[in-house]
Design a protein around this ligand. Structure first.
Ligand code: ZN
Length: 167
């Protein structure tokens, strides 16, 4: 995120390197993107599951299910937790395949570096919950439209390549 003032003492922060900051009283900060995970669920018709965002930011736009990693999670664990929270489904770790990464500006001054997991097998019936208003299956070229809340510059090409070679 963008850092201007010390959260300990409110003094202005000085940038030492691209990631290190210090205030006049010596409080130090390491600034880096948040870690996040996205799920690219693909059905038998090679469609991708999208959620319509029910809350801000970017309410009404579409996104892959997913979210930020908790403090003590890896990306697999976070993907499985988000699948349960947002979609009500269970996914085995073996059925998650990291296929892409992207940097998103979640909020104006706050970035997220995320891994996208391909998943074609899950247990349970998908139901929208949490910050998803509705869920829908879309052809993967929908990922290239401006209806996507946070763009994935490489994901369409990766999915196209993977799904094409599987047919
Ligand atoms: Zn300080």
């Amino acid at each position: 995120m963008r850092l201007d003032y010390c959260t300990e003492c409110a003094a202005p922060l000085t940038k030492i390197t691209n990631t290190d900051y210090v205030c006049t009283r010596g409080h130090r900060y390491h600034n880096n993107p948040h870690a996040s995970v996205s799920l690219a669920l693909i059905n038998d018709q090679n469609q991708v599951l999208l959620i319509e965002r029910g809350i801000e930011p970017r309410r009404g736009l579409y996104a892959l299910p997913g979210g930020f990693l908790d403090y003590d999670e890896n990306a697999y664990q976070a993907a499985r937790r988000e699948a349960k929270e947002e979609l009500g489904i269970d996914i085995n770790e073996d059925d998650l395949e990291p296929i892409d990464c992207a940097l998103h500006y979640y909020l104006e001054n706050d970035s997220a570096a995320g891994v996208t997991m391909l998943c074609r097998q899950w247990n349970g019936t998908i139901q929208a919950a949490d910050d998803a208003a509705t869920v829908m299956w879309k052809p993967i070229d929908f990922l290239k439209t401006d209806r996507i809340a946070w763009p994935y510059p490489y994901l369409y090409n990766r999915l196209e390549s993977i799904l094409h070679h599987d047919i």
